[in-house]
Structures are given as structure tokens and as C-alpha cells.
Design a protein around this ligand. Sequence first.
Ligand code: S3P
Length: 177
Amino acid sequence: MKEDNVALIGFMGVGKTSVALQLSKRLGKGYISTDNLVVKKAGKPISRIFEEDGEIRFRELEIEAVKEAASMRNMVIDCGGGVVLNWINVEYLKRSSTIILLKARPEIILKRISKCKGVRPLLKDLRLENLVRLLKFREPFYERAADYAIDSSNLSIGKVVDEVIKLYESSSYEKQR
Ligand code: S3P
């Protein structure tokens, strides 16, 4: 429906931010990032929140951020990769959003996140085996939260955006009937 949100979830490096930015333009919706909201609330970057206050504090701020983002209308919500770990976040999102999971193969994720080392505290030790372990642990959380999933491994950002729009429009049609 017109005022609905689209929430993008998925592991770090699957392309959520690039897709969300293009998608918001294509759908004429606003863009909001839960990571940006957390940074604003804490007044410092994510790496420093983890270092100085710990992951639990980060997750508390993230819950506030998701609640705020999900209460908005007509938005594309770019969710941090760990949003699905707290089910309350998924409940907030489900009230207002179609939730789309972006996936990618671990090798592709590693290649993408290697380009911005140091930004993601959970992937400081950037070995493929660590990434695969974390990905395996998270998989059921992502699958349980998602309305739809897209594998972005072999797709350009533009193609992923096309796919998201198709899914979103078919879901809006279903809801109207
Ligand atoms: C995290 C993902 C990051 C950020 C934080 C924790 C995670 O967001 O929220 O570093 O637990 O997967 P991106 O998925 O946008 O990198």
C-alpha cells in the first residue's frame, strides 16, 4: 500500500544501504537507517559504542531506533545486520513494513566488507571461517523475520532494486484484495 514501509534486513555487506537509497528514490519514499539513528542517539560512531559501552548497550539503542523507524510512514528502512536478533524489533517492523531479506554468498560478503575495514566491530577478525560461522548462526533469525528473500550475489544494485519493487508491489496487491 502507498504509505507502507519497506524494511531491508540481512547480513553486513549484502548491499542493504546501496539498495535502500536507490529504492527510496524509485518508490518515492523516505530513507531511514537504524544505524544512523543509533549514532545520533549515542552521539558517537558505532565502533566507539561497541568499544566504550559494549554490544548490549548498542542493542538497546538499536531497539529504540527500530521502534522509531517503524513508527514512521512511507519509508525505506535500512536495518543494521543484527536487528533480527531481538524479536521485539521484528514485531515493530512487521506492524508497518514489508520485510525483505537480502542474501549473498559468504565469499561475496567478505569481498564487499573488506573494502571498509574497521567500520564493523563484529567483523574485526575478517576471516572467511568467522564470517561463515556468524552467518550460519544468524540464518534462522533472518529467515523467520522475512516476508521475502532475494539473493544479491550475482545481481547489480539496480537489478536487486527491480526485484524488491516487484515483490513489494505484489505484496501490496495481495493486501488490498
Ligand atoms: C551489525 C551490523 C552493522 C551495525 C553493527 C552491528 C550486526 O550494520 O549495525 O556494526 O550485528 O550485524 P550493517 O549491517 O549495516 O553493516
